[in-house]
Design a binder for this molecule. Structure first.
Ligand SMILES: Cc1ncc(COP(=O)(O)O)c(C=O)c1O
Length: 379
């Protein structure tokens, strides 16, 4: 088969498909309108900022977990962030509080340290840890025993300090509204007293609202039901992944094919380690267009090899219906959320360009990453 999918796009390149983003945003808007919930985009999971003006038309803003994220939100979305950091840095605090609408603290020590330097226009909260999560991968589970993230019931006072107006929890990852329902039950059981004292509850991220199997109407019921118990609360969600889910790809090109003792590897112009780090960290095997991730019955099988020198920078065999050729394009699907945000310049490998296929179906190149980006993060 001919594997030249997009001859107008330089390789490698992260490419967002705007129409797919709009589809996700329509779903999120439907939830906002039917469940009286504010929905933010969490930059740690989705930071394709070219689309921020579009996102602003559909959502209620964005959440940050660092000064740089808050700045990007302020500059490119033109709004103040809902910010939570595991620890605020003294030298950053004035700047971060000037461009934040909400500031959530991870501990009372941090709150005590900064409470007198916060402007009255900022609404402050505490992160709680409900000590309940159904996430099975420990490095993604903020409720594992001994977690540093959020205050557990035994350390949070029954009477919240004056000035605390909200609570935030985040204990989900790629999960559905049935998991949220059980999490909310635990939050109610453990933090009922505190919920009565605040104005807002931020339910973090991990809500896979735009996944094809997600039951959006069940989510709306869960939220409306919870609201009946706490009608005074402004509910907030801050998914990252759900905004960018399925909205674009990473285009790559086969550079060489090596065969060592019968194991064929197609070496690409991208790196799993540098450009798709979640594939090694989570780990997971990404979908490749027109290829099978379970190649048992496929006539042609190849490992896909990254361009870095890391021995483990490869994916186990994929199946193809015809032999791969040097120059073939391979398309890694669904690469516009976390993995794109987490890329590095490890090994000095060329970073993919960034582009968008706009609403009219035309490709626009947004950025090429020059050598200077590599040089000036080192010294
Ligand atoms: C506090 C907080 N909010 C929101 C998110 C976004 O989660 P997701 O991208 O899975 O929706 C995260 C992810 O780690 C988080 O830690």
């Amino acid at each position: 088969m001919n594997r030249q999918y997009y001859t107008e796009i330089p390789s490698p390149c992260f490419v967002q498909e705007e129409n797919k983003l709009i589809k996700n945003l329509e779903i999120l808007k439907y939830v906002r309108e039917n469940a009286n919930v504010q929905i933010l985009v969490a930059l740690k999971g989705y930071a394709f900022w070219h689309s921020f003006p579009l996102i602003k038309q559909y959502l209620d803003g964005a959440s940050a977990s660092s000064l740089f994220e808050a700045k990007l939100i302020y500059e490119e979305m033109g709004v103040k962030a809902h910010t939570y950091c595991p620890a605020y840095l003294k030298e950053d605090f004035t700047e971060i509080s000037d461009i934040s609408k909400h500031l959530t603290f991870n501990s009372l020590t941090q709150w005590e340290q900064f409470k007198n330097s916060i402007k009255t226009s900022v609404s402050c909260g505490l992160r709680i840890n409900p000590e309940y999560s159904e996430i099975e991968v420990p490095i993604y589970n903020p409720a594992v025993e001994g977690s540093r993230l959020g205050m557990v019931k035994s350390v949070i006072p029954d009477k919240l300090p004056v000035g605390i107006e909200g609570l935030l929890f985040h204990v989900m990852c790629e999960q559905d509204s049935y998991v949220l329902e059980r999490v909310l039950q635990k939050v109610k059981e453990r933090f009922h007293e505190q919920l009565l004292q605040v104005k807002w509850l931020n339910m973090g991220g991990g809500h896979w609202i735009t996944d094809k199997n997600y039951d959006v109407n069940h989510l709306i019921n869960v939220l409306n039901h919870f609201h009946q118990d706490y009608p005074h609360l402004q509910l907030i969600m801050e998914p990252g992944e759900a905004i960018g889910l399925g909205t674009g790809f990473l285009l790559s090109t086969v550079q060489d094919i090596v065969d060592n003792n019968g194991i064929k590897t197609a070496i690409l112009d991208v790196s799993f380690s540098a450009h798709m780090p979640d594939t090694l960290e989570m780990p997971y095997k990404p979908s490749v267009r027109d290829a099978s991730t379970e190649p048992t019955n496929s006539p042609y099988k190849y490992r896909l090899g990254g361009i870095s020198c890391l021995a483990g920078d490869y994916m186990s065999e994929y199946g193809f219906d015809s032999p791969l050729q040097i120059g073939d394009q391979l398309i890694f699907e669904d690469m516009i959320h976390y993995t794109m945000v987490k890329t590095t310049l490890f090994n000095g490998v060329k970073h993919p360009s960034i582009g968008v296929i706009n609403k009219k179906g035309t490709f626009e190149l947004l950025r090429k990453i020059p050598y200077e980006f590599y040089k000036y993060r080192l010294s």
